[in-house]
Design a protein around this ligand. Structure first.
Ligand SMILES: C[S@@+](CC[C@H](N)C(=O)[O-])C[C@H]1O[C@@H](n2cnc3c(N)ncnc32)[C@H](O)[C@@H]1O
Length: 236
């Protein structure tokens, strides 16, 4: 089993990320502004998680379809936001080529796969399902910001209300490993964190032109140390 099949389906997930509900109030409208598409556009929320950003995309009069692998997240999505969601794997989207004008890929939802080819495949699939001129908004956590956070946190276990976690980088410095424990249960994130050069290269290889790169939700200029690196890329 790959780590993300287990980690995002763990019952502790919603407790660990409970603050993301509140954060969506700011993130949703801001990400929609950066995506910047006309009313009536078809927008894919990939991966959608439990759909926390969806109401803000629909508020733009976009036709929104979410997709995610996690059955637990999709069940919550069905309860809270209705049923226009698909269970899918980001490496092989079950959509026709050129079917959407926009894709939102929010909250560092890239780099989960073990190989470079698979991580590239995710971006290539995004390009395939977009119409020419369609827009991908790829919202990543900035690499240097993560490095600084990990350095400050150290490698010891840190204790939170319902769980403990520790963070370390893979020996080659390419992936960040977040181990978590809830009682006796163990699970972990294992995410490739690209450099800016790598992110740009992957987008370009997939057939995107980079329109703008933001360093924050309020159109801040990109900066290596910015907390967010948000790529607005246009399918050629
Ligand atoms: C950090 S969450 C972000 C969800 C959403 N974009 C948000 O901002 O709330 C990452 C999501 O990716 C989904 N995911 C992980 N691996 C996946 C895969 N191979 N295919 C589809 N979804 C996947 C997880 O189930 C989880 O819901």
């Amino acid at each position: 089993m790959e780590w993300f099949e287990w980690d995002f389906d763990h019952p502790a997930y919603f407790a660990i990320y409970h603050d993301k509900v509140e954060e969506a109030r700011e993130e949703g409208p801001a990400l929609a502004r950066l995506l910047d598409l006309p009313p009536g556009s078809r927008v894919l929320d990939l991966p959608c998680g439990w759909g926390r950003l969806r109401p803000h995309l629909e508020a733009q009069q976009w036709e929104v379809l979410g997709g995610d692998l996690s059955a637990m997240n999709l069940r919550r999505h069905l309860q809270e936001f209705g049923d226009s969601v698909a269970r899918l794997d980001l490496r092989a989207l079950p959509f026709q080529s050129g079917c959407a004008e926009g894709i939102l890929c929010a909250f560092t939802s890239w780099g989960y796969f073990a190989t470079e080819a698979e991580n590239q495949q995710q971006i290539t699939e995004f390009a395939r399902v977009l119409t020419p001129g369609g827009v991908l908004l790829l919202d990543l956590c900035g690499r240097h910001h993560l490095e600084a956070g990990a350095k400050e946190a150290g490698t010891a276990w840190r204790h939170f209300e319902s769980y403990k976690e520790r963070i370390r980088w893979s020996p080659d410095g390419r992936r960040i490993l977040t181990e978590r424990r809830v009682g006796v249960e163990r699970f972990r994130h294992d995410i490739w964190i690209p450099t800016d050069t790598e992110a740009r290269a992957a987008l370009s290889r997939a057939g995107f032109r980079i329109d703008r790169v933001f360093g924050g939700l309020n159109e801040e200029a990109w900066h290596p140390r910015a907390e967010r690196w948000i790529y607005r890329a246009i399918k050629l």
